[in-house]
Every structure is written in structure tokens, then in C-alpha cells.
Design a protein around this ligand. Sequence first.
Ligand code: A3P
Length: 286
Amino acid sequence: MLTISRKYMEFNGMRLPAVIHNEESLTYAWKEFQTRDDDVINITYPKSGTTWIQEILSLVYSNGDPTPVTTELSWDRVPWIEQHQARSKLENRPSPRLITTHLPVQFFPESFFKTNAKAICTIRNPKDVCVSLYHFSLMVEFMEIRENFQEFVKYFLSNEALFCGWFEHVKGWLKHKDNPNILFLSYEDMLKDPRGNVVKICKFLGKDLDDAAIDSVVTHSSFKAMKENPMSNYSAVPDYLFNKQQGTFHRKGVSGDWKNHFTPEQEEEFNRIYQELMKDINLDFS
Ligand code: A3P
């Protein structure tokens, strides 16, 4: 393990915030974690809808009852497998365990692929991910602040970006697109049709919720409900980690905000790199 700056560490070439990860936690996730057949893992590149899926999963497994999402913090309900408290949070947890990860596939629990466990991988337009992550970096103590958005875009497109960068992360996961145990969702499609996506998630997980329960899942996982829910809106994080003067975790929750941030030159450069790195991949972010 390398500490490459005050805030980031490196694990086999992957950079990530040092405050919540260490070599032991990453090795645990990758090599030691024993996946159970009924585990459900929420996979995302940061700022792609992680918290939204955490909320939906919690509500699906409570049959639409909002009690868990209003009484337990999201990161305790659906904890990250790579963070340093994962072992203590997950080892003795009763099944089914709901788990979150930002890991790229090459560092994902090896045991997953030998089980019937399921995973949901949500992908968001990388330009919106970049904008969302930029605002997040201004708010959280554990990310380095770039001088301005221009510098942040350069960093996002570089191989220094967190969790191996959006391109490698997404391309790696898409190699598993035919795996029947992994459901791929798009953030943009979830915005367009939240109910349809909740139904799709239930079907994939074999959860038979009636219409009222589905409606409850949709209502309690809406942007507005989550922004107001102290168990899901990160207001419980101490000020030394989250500077709440800078904004809120639930910022806009829309698609296309990149248009308010990118100059034509930045857009052109982003598109050029996207075409180069994603040339064989067909993703629609409309
Ligand atoms: P913005 O910064 O663009 O608003 P993650 O949970 O992966 O960190 O992603 C955070 C992004 O998802 C933020 O995007 C946040 O506002 C958005 N988000 C969180 N909950 C949402 C919801 N219920 N509906 C739509 N967007 C949501």
C-alpha cells in the first residue's frame, strides 16, 4: 500500500480516500469476504446513484415499510464492503445482507462469482458523474480539491481518478453484462421511470411486492424524500468530514447538469476521450 498524498492511498494501482480504506479492508473485500448465496451487492462508480439504490434495496427488503430507512443510517443498512468497518459490519449480519461497493471488477470479492449472489450495477452519464463528484469534492474533507472545474475534468479523465477511473470501472463491469446474476441499470432511466425500475429490481431479486408496497418503495426513495431523510442525506456525518456550508449531499438529482458546467472545449475534449476509450461500447445516456 502506498500513501500517495495526505488524502489518498493506492492499492494495486487503484487510488482511493485513505480515511475510510486501508490495505487490510481492501484485501478483506477482494480475497477474504465469503459471499453468501442470498447477498445482494449494489455496485456503482461514485456519484452514480449509490445512495438511491441503497434506499431502494432497504425498502424492497422491508416490503415497502419505511421503518428501516427512517431509523438506521444508510451506510449501516447497506455498508460498503471495501471500507474499514466492513468486516465487523458484515461478518455476523443475518442474511440476506445488502452490501454496497465502488470497487472495479478486478478487486471485487472473488467469492461472488462462485455463488448465486446477485448484484445491481448502476451506470450514470460520466459527464454528470464528473460534475456531481466535483461538487462533492468541495464538500468532503477526504477528497483533494482541484483549483477549478477545468482542473477537475482533467483529473477525472486521467488515470489518477478514484477507483481506477470511470472508464476502466464501467468497461470492466460491462464485460459481465451477460451474467444473469448482475442487473445493469441506468441512472437516467431510473429518473425517467422510477417505478418501472423498482419493479425490475424486485423481479430480478425474486421479491414479490404488491402494488401498494411498490408505491411505497418509489415514494420513500424519491429525491425529495431522501433529501429530507436524516438517515440517508448524510447530515449525520460529522462536520470535520463533510463541510455542510458547501452544500448538501442531495444536490440536484437530475440528468444533464453537465451542460451548465462544461465549456464547448471541455465537452469536445471529454467526447474525444470518451470515443477513444469506449469505442466498442454502446451506452445510451439520453
Ligand atoms: P447530483 O450531485 O448530480 O445531484 P451517489 O449516491 O452515488 O454518491 O450519487 C449521488 C448523486 O445521486 C447526487 O447527484 C445525488 O443528488 C443523486 N441522488 C441521490 N438520491 C437520489 C434520488 N433518490 N433520485 C435521484 N438522484 C439521487
